[in-house]
Ligand binder design. Structure first.
Ligand code: DAH
Length: 349
C-alpha cells in the first residue's frame, strides 16, 4: 500500500510537469487531490488495513499529501508569474519611447519669459544674464542710486550679513552683497563687458524684502532691457516698447508714457497700456513698466562718453505681464505648484 503512495507521488510529478495553464493545473490537481483523485482514493484503503498497519500507512499518507500539495503550490506560482509576464507583453523593448500620455508643460512664468524674449529677438536684442547675488555697487551705486535711497535700506533689500559676522571667512573686499532687487544690475555688468552699440534683454529672478500678499512676493522675476547706440531718441524707446507690447497684447493696444523718476534714467517714464480683450482690465489704463533714457552719470560710471553714446533702458515684471495676459488675480498662484492652476497653462502658445 505504501508503495502505491510513492507511485502516486511520482505520477503527480509527471502530471504537474505537463501543466501549462491554470485550467490544466486545476484538472491535474483534481485528478490527484480531488474527491475522486488518486491520492484520495488511496487514502480510503486505510479501512482495509489491520490496526497495526494503520499508523505507518497514515504517516506515509500524510507525507505523500504534503509533498503533492507543495508540488502543486510551486506549479501554480510558476503559472501565475508566467501569466504576469505575458500580460506585460511578451518582449519588453526598453529602448522604445514612453507611451504618449501626460507630457507636462512649461510654467506660465517660463512661458511668458520665452514669449518676451522671442519678441525682442525679432528686433535684434540678445539675452544677457548675470548673477542673482550682487554686490551693492552693481545693484545700486553704479545705477546712480544714492546712499539714502529707500531701496538700500535693510527693510527693503535682502543683505548678506556684514563680512565681520562671517566667522573665519576671508574676503578680498569689504563690499556688501545683496540678493539683487532688480535686473538693472545686468545693465552695468553688460556695459563693462561689451562695447556699444548693444541691445540686450535680461530676464531673471529678483528678491525684495516684501511681505507676501496677492501682488507682492519676496522672490519674483523681471526683464531688463538696454539699448545703447549713438543718437538714440525717446521716439526709438517708444517705438520699441509699442512694438513689444502690441506683439504681446494685440494690435489694438494703445500706450502712453507718464513722467516718473528712476535714479538711472533721465528722463524717466512709466508706461501705461490700454487694450480691449483683457477681461476685467479691458479698456482701462494699466501701469505696466518703467523706462527712460540712460542717465549720463551711468554711462560715465562705465567709462563711456555720454557725448558720444546714449540709449534707453526699461524694466518690467514677468509676473505682472503673466497676470494681465491670463487674468490671474493673485501672484501666489505662481509659486504653489498646484496642478489645477498650472494645467490651465500647459498648452498656452
Ligand atoms: N529697476 C526698476 C525697478 O525694479 C525698473 C526699471 C525702471 C528698470 C526703469 C529700468 C528703467 O531699466 O529704465 O523698479
Amino acid at each position: 500500500m505504501e508503495n502505491d503512495l510513492q507511485a502516486i507521488v511520482v505520477q503527480a510529478e509527471a502530471i504537474i510537469a505537463q501543466v501549462a495553464s491554470q485550467s490544466d493545473w486545476e484538472q491535474a490537481k483534481a485528478s490527484v487531490l480531488g474527491p475522486n483523485g488518486s491520492l484520495t482514493q488511496a487514502a480510503k484503503g486505510i479501512g482495509k488495513l489491520s490496526k497495526e498497519e494503520r499508523p505507518s500507512f497514515g504517516q506515509a499518507l500524510n507525507q505523500a499529501k504534503k509533498k503533492v500539495e507543495s508540488l502543486f503550490k510551486t506549479s501554480l506560482e510558476a503559472i501565475e508569474n508566467h501569466a504576469d509576464l505575458e500580460s506585460l507583453g511578451k518582449k519588453i523593448d526598453p529602448t522604445l519611447p514612453p507611451s504618449p500620455g501626460y507630457l507636462g508643460g512649461t510654467h506660465p512664468l517660463t512661458h511668458v519669459r520665452r514669449k518676451i524674449v522671442s519678441i525682442f529677438r525679432k528686433i535684434g536684442f540678445t539675452v544677457a544674464e548675470a548673477t542673482e547675488v550682487e554686490t551693492e555697487w552693481f545693484c545700486f551705486d553704479a545705477l546712480n542710486t544714492p546712499e539714502d535711497h529707500p531701496a538700500r535700506d535693510a527693510q527693503d533689500t535682502l543683505f548678506f550679513p556684514p563680512h565681520s559676522e562671517w566667522a573665519n571667512v576671508k574676503r578680498k573686499t569689504q563690499e556688501a552683497h545683496v540678493l539683487r532687487t532688480h535686473t538693472s544690475s545686468v545693465q552695468i555688468r553688460t556695459l563693462l563687458k561689451e562695447p556699444p552699440p548693444l541691445r540686450i534683454i535680461a530676464p531673471g529672478r529678483c528678491f525684495r524684502r516684501d511681505t507676501v500678499d496677492a501682488t507682492h512676493s519676496a522672490n519674483f522675476h523681471q526683464t531688463e532691457g538696454l539699448y545703447v547706440d549713438k543718437m538714440v531718441t525717446i521716439r526709438d524707446l517708444k517705438g520699441v516698447l509699442d512694438f513689444f507690447l502690441k506683439e504681446l497684447f494685440g494690435n489694438q493696444l494703445e500706450t502712453r508714457l507718464r513722467p516718473s523718476f528712476f535714479p538711472f534714467t533721465e528722463p524717466s517714464f512709466e508706461v501705461d497700456l490700454r487694450a480691449p480683450s483683457l477681461g476685467k482690465l479691458s479698456n482701462k489704463w494699466i501701469e505696466i513698466m518703467g523706462c527712460g533714457m540712460v542717465d549720463p552719470e551711468v554711462l560715465k560710471l562705465v567709462n563711456l562718453d555720454p557725448k558720444e553714446w546714449n540709449g534707453f533702458a526699461f524694466g518690467l515684471g514677468i509676473e505682472r505681464i503673466a497676470m494681465i495676459l491670463h487674468g490671474i488675480d493673485d501672484i501666489r498662484h505662481f509659486y504653489q505648484n498646484d496642478q489645477r492652476f498650472l494645467n490651465q497653462f500647459s498648452n498656452a502658445t
